[in-house]
Design a protein around this ligand. Structure first.
Ligand code: ATP
Length: 256
């Protein structure tokens, strides 16, 4: 459903009955995503959790229009990933641990060119750059070629690239992977601010302790399908940690 000023409760990110099958090298079919439905509202951070190979990256890449689903639907701000991929990309920022930052470009050059690609005017790009420099603490190295930056600094530039057009939705695939504890904390604080300003954020991570008290809801998947959904309190109950609930969800599934 398209989000309009009269309809601000509609989900920003929505997937329905999503299925993705890959063909293995021996011709067998691998069902990486098996009937997943979920949504993320404005001002909400949802954590997508699962063991290696559970189907997280595949799901996030479908939302970001980088992969076509076998069946089902993915929408961002009412734009369908298959029939309106440009609408999706205008409404979405996507960052993965492997999002590239060209070595020869400075962050300023990269972010400026992405601003232009998104159709922003030069004045708007300048304002946006200033916001990104402050929000992501890029000032010390904004004019240094990316090839001379640490992986954490490059990761921040990737986030800047995803945010340059101020999209209402953010999809982040293991965003703190390359970051040290300080870098992770800063990035997660940035996500808190983005949530407060109404962004809808869907992120995957294996670092449960980092997001345990940060996400509004969690979706736990195993071998391509959802095994648990809820707030931290709903999943964990009165005692224990998110990790316990995670193991419970995927072990229960294994023994079912
Ligand atoms: P991780 O935590 O290791 O990043 P993930 O949850 O992101 O894992 P996916 O990368 O989505 O998992 O992979 C889901 C399943 O699909 C895995 O079994 C994987 O081997 C398989 N898969 C992923 N990409 C392909 C591909 N291009 N061709 C065939 N199979 C694939």
């Amino acid at each position: 459903m398209e989000r309009t000023p009269n309809n601000m409760d509609a989900p920003v990110i929505q997937i329905e009955d999503l299925v993705k099958e890959y063909k293995g090298s021996d011709g067998t079919i691998i069902r990486a995503v098996n009937n997943i439905s979920m949504s993320v509202a404005a001002g909400e951070i949802v954590g997508l959790l699962g063991a290696n190979g559970a189907g997280k990256t595949t799901t996030l890449r479908i939302i970001a229009t980088l992969l076509r689903p076998t069946s089902g639907r993915a929408e961002v701000c009412g734009h369908d990933s298959i029939t309106d991929p440009v609408g999706v990309r205008q409404s979405l920022g996507y960052v993965s641990a492997t999002t590239g930052v060209p070595d020869r470009l400075t962050a300023r050059e990269l972010l400026t060119s992405f601003g232009r690609l998104h159709g922003l005017k030069e004045d708007a790009i300048k304002d946006r750059l200033e916001w990104l420099i402050t929000t992501l603490s890029l000032r010390d190295y904004i004019d240094r070629p990316a090839g001379r930056l640490s992986s954490g600094q490059r990761q921040r530039i990737s986030l800047g690239r995803a945010l340059v057009h101020n999209p209402p939705a953010l999809v982040l695939d293991e965003p703190t992977n390359a970051l040290d504890v300080v870098g992770s904390r800063d990035l997660l604080h940035t996500l808190d601010h983005l949530r407060e300003s109404g962004h809808a954020i869907l992120l995957s991570t294996h670092r449960l302790h980092e997001i345990e008290h940060r996400c509004d809801r969690f979706v736990i998947i195993n071998t391509g399908h959802i095994v648990a959904v809820g707030t931290r309190d709903e999943l964990v109950g009165n005692s224990g940690e998110l990790e316990d609930a995670f193991f419970h969800a995927i072990d229960g599934e294994a023994h079912a």
